[in-house]
Design a protein around this ligand. Structure first.
Ligand code: SAM
Ligand code: SF4
Length: 469
């Protein structure tokens, strides 16, 4: 049994930041760090501590350019799309920033029945979604316990609206589990297990988590170790930005990545970057103690991209369309679209929905509009779920990502799932835009790539669904 301790070395982060502040004024040094990022390797903490302290607009611009370059090298233009599915808003914790906190009386709560979950999934499938992120508060119906979540996963996978019209990947964002429970979760064929530490800063953590099991900082901090131990090799991490200094949080986040790499030889598959949004009955959310400005937010996204080039980055509809457009250019590789953040939200009218939401959203556009917008910006909207179904997760995924081989796998799969979407669900306007996009994109491929993509697209045109390489 591993000894549990706090591997987030608070004093070391403080001193790295002090040193970084001094060094960030040295243009030559900052440019040397940026030049290093061209090797597509992880950056050491010392370098990250410098980048987070860069304030000069000229250098900040160079950080953005370097981030864009990396994104294009590794991820190309693909943006993976998903939708969250909130199954329950009951919770025994009291996180001062969240509307689901146990002492909040101003929110309508619900735990969806399996019938209701089916209805929600039907709504998502009709929009064209193929990937779902299951989200729940930490309190499952007592007669079922964690089985409730397992049943929900099985139910989501069971819904089919036609050949290949089904949810093909479920990621989950639920409270930390024991190793045994993680093993059971894996049996239900999840994609990514996602969990945010919220804040790595222990005194802040204790201040904002006032009741419930979530008060235990170390139990949460070691959740990814337990997940890996249980054989889940695909995990997603994150920080809730606004609780503490974002510069400090970034260093801590990368210390967490270092820890996982040392212990298991691999880091997270994705990093999420939620910023606190106003939530009903959650005092801190209206006025976060360390609110992150738009400009700082862009910087933190770009620095994550530079520091861990092979880790996907997720942006939710907490951000407004303009910020989402900008962040896409700085390193985001996955976004949610058409989201509702309360249980049953997809089956409700806009007005009813707002009464039970976890937090307010910045982007209310339906999926079709988001797809159109992505195409308009030159991004390829992708609904691909091939990797995890082919077992390309954890180290296998890293191996695939590293030699740039992605262009013969991810790119064709992105194009075939886009074409499926255009034929089956898109509005006329988006379909037309998408068809032109595909035609032009193919012209940019080398011969080998062209052959693979054309073969997949032909299958989709013939009516086959869920085809991938
Ligand atoms: N209950 C589980 C937990 O806390 O880990 C999982 C579900 S919780 C609803 C998912 C995430 O929502 C949290 O980890 C937190 O980062 C985020 N969240 C909570 N309140 C928020 C707010 N006001 N604005 C933005 N994100 C928020
Ligand atoms: Fe519960 Fe998660 Fe909200 Fe905290 S963040 S109150 S644990 S749902």
């Amino acid at each position: 049994m591993t000894e549990i301790y706090n591997f987030i070395d608070h004093e070391k982060i403080d001193s790295l930041l002090e040193e970084g502040k001094r060094k960030a004024k040295d243009f030559k040094l900052v440019r040397e760090i940026l030049a290093k990022t061209k090797d597509l390797e992880r950056l050491p903490l010392e370098d990250v501590a410098v980048l987070v302290n860069v304030e000069d607009p000229e250098l900040v611009d160079e950080i953005y350019k370097a981030a864009l370059w990396i994104k294009e090298q590794i991820y190309g233009n693909r943006i993976v799309i998903f939708a969250p599915l909130y199954i329950s808003s009951y919770c025994k914790n009291d996180c001062l920033y969240c509307a689901f906190r146990v002492s909040n009386k101003d929110v309508d709560r619900a735990a969806l029945t399996m019938e209701q979950i089916k209805k929600e999934i039907e709504q998502l499938l009709k929009q064209g979604h193929k990937r779902v992120l299951l989200v729940a508060g930490e309190a499952y119906p007592p007669e079922k316990g964690l089985e409730y979540v397992f049943e929900a996963i099985d139910t989501i996978y069971s819904v089919k609206l036609g050949e290949g019209i089904n949810i093909r990947r479920i990621n989950v964002n639920i409270a930390p589990l024991t190793v045994e429970e993680f093993k059971a979760l894996k049996e239900h064929h999840i994609g990514t297990y996602q969990l945010f530490q919220e804040t790595y800063h222990l005194p802040t953590y204790e201040k904002v988590h006032v009741a419930g099991p979530k008060r235990d900082y170390l139990w949460r901090l070691w959740a990814m170790d337990r997940a890996f131990e249980a054989g889940i090799d695909d995990v997603g991490m994150g920080v809730l930005f606004g609780l503490y200094d974002w510069r400090w949080e970034l260093l801590a986040l990368f210390m967490h990545v270092d820890h996982l790499e040392e212990c298991f030889g691999m880091g997270p598959h994705t990093i999420s970057v939620p910023r606190i949004e106003p939530a009903v009955g959650a005092p801190i959310s209206e006025n976060p103690p360390y609110a992150v400005s738009d400009e700082e937010f862009k910087r933190l996204v770009a620095i994550i991209r530079l520091a861990v080039p092979y880790t996907g980055m997720i942006l939710s509809t907490r951000e407004n369309p303009q910020m989402r457009r900008e962040a896409l250019k700085l390193g985001i590789s996955q976004i949610s679209a058409g989201s509702r953040t309360n249980p049953g939200g997809y089956s409700l009218s806009e007005e009813e929905y707002l009464k039970g939401a976890q937090f307010s959203l910045g982007d209310h556009r339906p999926l079709d509009e988001v797809v159109y917008d992505l195409l308009d910006m030159g991004f390829t909207p992708s609904f691909c779920t091939a990797c995890y179904r082919l077992g390309r997760t954890g180290l296998d995924f890293m191996e695939l990502a590293k030699p740039g081989d992605i262009k013969y796998k991810c790119e064709p799969n992105a194009m075939s799932t886009l074409l499926e979407y255009l034929i089956d669900f898109a509005s006329d306007k988006t379909r037309q835009k998408g068809m032109e996009f595909i035609e032009n994109k193919i012209k940019t491929y080398d011969e080998r790539q062209k052959k693979i993509v054309e073969a997949l697209l032909e299958k989709v045109r013939e009516g086959k669904r869920d085809v991938y390489v």
